[in-house]
Design a protein. Structure first.
Length: 333
């Protein structure tokens, strides 16, 4: 393989700004969250919600999601932290990598439910709005694995092979399938699919979110099969493959059942938001009419200058001159 025909790994995944560490993995997670909230906010407003609601609920969903993602990883890979020779304190070092998307979505949904309940908002409608943003966030977050030189696939000599240079934690330097890149591209495709399907079929009541889950599971299954990192196996399949299969079936079942029981889309996603928008539009229209009226009153006359009001004294002088002219005319006659 030619020297230039591969994807290089970063020499290190952390930079130091004085004593402050700047970790590539953390930056990818943070950027992903901002993208998800930004896109979710736009979709929520388009559905008739208030601006800022998505961010308010994300204050609950994101911390819950981070905790859930870490818990899933630690529980399913407990030997990395609690086996002989390991330090259990490492289980809290999220910045070193290790967030399970299954746990992040599950516990993140609990946080979102709390936030939605406090605002009187239906969770399925919120989930539909935020679904494509979550997929984009995952696409960005996967690049954190590139910074950490982790979660790569089998050895390959394809031109887009990932060059692993680190030998820490049992890694063997070489050229491998860049599964982080495969999943990142897949997540972008999932986000675009959900956006298209939502516009085409007017998905509602959580079906856009269920479509995101189902589509993601399909990609995760074949990408997971390519990975070579240690994992628990059940009947010859990695644990995450079984998880993807079960979650996929649940998501598809939800789409079918929900479409029959609650067809269409929610008419109201946030109580009072439509009334506020209508009132704001009405006030804007009144203000516009007033501005137009003021503008018309100040327009110049036909000769190009504004009409000047007639002074009271001018009228009196004209009357006196007219009386004098009439008197003189009578004398002459």
């Amino acid at each position: 393989m030619e020297e230039l025909a591969y994807i290089p790994s970063p020499s290190r995944g952390v930079l130091y700004l004085g004593p402050i560490p700047l970790r590539g993995y953390a930056f990818c997670i943070i950027i992903g969250v901002f993208v998800a909230v930004w896109l979710g906010n736009r979709r929520w407003i388009a559905r008739g919600g208030r601006a800022g609601t998505v961010a308010d609920i994300a204050v609950w969903a994101v911390p819950f999601g981070l905790v859930g993602g870490r818990l899933y990883h630690v529980i399913t890979d407990y030997e990395l932290y609690f086996s002989k020779g390991r330090d259990w304190v490492d289980a809290f070092k999220v910045w070193e990598g290790g967030l399970g998307i299954w746990g992040a979505i599950a516990l993140g949904a609990v946080g979102a439910w709390i936030g939605c309940r406090r605002r009187g908002i239906p969770l399925p409608a919120y989930a539909d709005a935020i679904a494509p943003g979550i997929a984009f966030a995952q696409a960005i977050g996967r690049w954190g694995n590139w910074f950490n030189q982790e979660l790569y696939g089998k050895e390959t000599h394809l031109p887009w092979a990932l060059h692993i240079t680190s030998s820490a934690d049992g890694r063997v330097p070489g050229y491998y399938h860049p599964t982080f890149l495969y999943e990142s591209l897949w997540c972008i495709g999932v986000a675009l699919l959900v956006i298209w399907a939502d516009r085409r079929f007017k998905l509602g009541h959580g079906r856009a979110f269920a479509l995101y889950v189902a589509a993601y599971c399909v990609g995760r299954a074949w990408i997971e099969y390519m990975r070579v990192d240690d994992a628990h196996h059940i009947l010859g399949l990695r644990l995450n493959d079984w998880t993807a299969l079960i979650v996929f079936l649940l998501a598809v079942t939800y789409i079918v059942v929900s479409a029959k029981k609650r067809p269409g889309r929610e008419e109201v996603v946030e109580p009072g938001a439509a009334e506020e928008a209508a009132e704001a539009d009405s006030e804007a229209a009144v203000s516009l009419d007033k501005d137009e009226a003021d503008s018309s009153a100040a327009k110049p006359d036909a000769e190009g200058s504004a009409a000047e009001p007639e002074e009271p004294g001018d009228a009196e002088n004209e009357a006196e001159d007219s009386a004098k002219d009439s008197a003189e005319s009578a004398k002459k006659s």
